[in-house]
Design a protein around this ligand. Sequence first.
Ligand SMILES: [Zn+2]
Length: 672
Amino acid sequence: MSKFKFVVALTILLSVWTSALAQNKGFDISRMDNSAEACTDFFQFANGTWLKNTEIPAAYSRWGSFNVLAENNRNILKEVVENASNSKAAVGTDGQLIGDYFASCMDEAAIEQAGIKPLNPYFNQINKIKNITDLQRQIALMHNQGIPVLFGFGGSPDLKNSSMVIANAGQGGLSLPNRDYYTSGDEKSQETREKFRQYLRNMFQLLGDNEEEARSHAFAVMQMQMRLANASKAPVQLRDPLARYNKMSLEEAAKLTPNFSWTHYMQTRSVPTVSEINIGQPDFFREMNTMMKDISIPEWKTYLRWMLINSAAPQLSKAFVDENFNFYSKYLQGTKEQQPRWRQCVAATDGAIGEALGQEFVKKAFTPEAKARMEELIDNLFAAFRERLGKLDWMGDDTKKEAFNKLSTFKRKIGYPDTLRGYKGLKIDRDSYFMNSVRSDQLQIERNLQDINKPVDRTRWGMTPPTVNAYYSSLLNEIVFPAGILQPPFFNFSADDAINYGAIGGVIGHEITHGFDDQGSKFDAEGNFKSWWTDQDRTKFDDRATCVANQFSSYEVLPKLYMSGRLTLGENIADLGGLTMAYTAYQKSLEGKPRPENIDGFTPEQRFFLGWAQVWAAKATPEAERSQVLGDPHALPRWRVNGPLSNMPQFAQAFGCKQNSEMVKKDACLIW
Ligand SMILES: [Zn+2]
């Protein structure tokens, strides 16, 4: 039954989309709610009928424009992986890697037959641990395999010398999404922990424990993770870049954790020799240090076994996949059923060898013309940003000069990487899906470690080409747009400009503004954490940011569950700034031209805002909404539309909203 719904929802969406393309307007008015007022609830006005008629497909916890596009991209990739798996490409070629990875993932019979066997070598290693030295060696070995025990470690740019890669260690080792899930006392959090304990017991029983053993093992894991959680920082605290920066000599690190040897750890992992390391959260590592002695070796072994099985579960036989799904997807996210196997396998192939797969995707779904059009749009967005910056009344000239300087040094990446790293030395075959997954993880992990002590390679990408997303890196001062998002409804090569500026223009503006949000504004033109503000201007900026934080903290997502204005601040500043820039850029693009006609009765300015609202058409299960509020820095879609627009006089003007309308915020927040 639910499968049936899935197909229907998909067809409706795709047919809506096709008709939108056929009309060449980039927007379909049949998705709007004519009974809603634009000035009362614009999200409802723009998407109401779509929201009413759309059911979240059973295999999803959220469904909207992003998902529709991601599905479409995956359909394109399906053809690529299936062709590759049906042909016999030479060993080591991209075609062979793609084809065999996908085929091994699809071979459920072999996976079922292997059962828990692929993990046996690892369990044997864990069983041999006799003392704290063995334990620390095992932690290092597990990190080499990508198993997220205890803490995270890897190379990334130095916050204060961003052209160099340094070694970083950060808090980790939990199995619930973040520390608040362990520490919050509310009823729902208690229920979640109870469900988690049940999940732990079920998994230990699948490993062969009897009920009593499973209970005591689950208890031990929970005890340890509670201690780690209590010593960890909450998501909102992790947003402070300076608090995460505690670079110290190895001697200092040894003093911080006398019971844990960083030297041995890094030797075991073949990390290039370093004299310094950044310890992201010293309090966390102090607690880890105490736990090295406090926790018995048998309990440590239980914890390591748990982290191994929990991270490997999705690659194992059905019983493990199902348990894992039931807790993480069904209970925590409200997803009713698993994705069809081929979708899971396309996503897994993209995750493992996405660079190779991405090249094929780009051939089918991205053109040089689209790239050229994006270049032009980005140029126009930067021009708009410069113009607005020049006119900002709250910022002094000294700070402005630095802001202009930063703006002029942004780098951009569009579509796909120009420089390919390849997969030399990676062995992928059809024997074992689990081992393919381990080996491809290992390659990425090794490469990351080998970057340490080297200059940052600016050609790298943090996302694969088919990804429906975009990002800004404050350390590299660059904006990146994978080909995956440069498709309708975000970017519609043949559609009305107003829609494009409202959709992809807003996204471009969003990413640029990240360079000037509450975090990005603390990094200079070279990507170093360094203030370029006068004290006076910084105070004014912080006051304006607080306005946005307070605005979003007032939004009640579910009964008594409010959005965190501080957790979502950077994203909300980026939306507000991004839309303002995109609107300005659109207006500039109209200069000296005859005014565009109304379409479906909507003015060009109104269509701009409809373009943005359409991008965020989405609905989610209550579970997914809750988990987004608790851990995601992005506001929920309804407020990503209504929040920024209610601050924009341009919006009120476009729709003729009265001063007392819901969509016109008193004391509007204005930053960029
Ligand atoms: Zn963002």
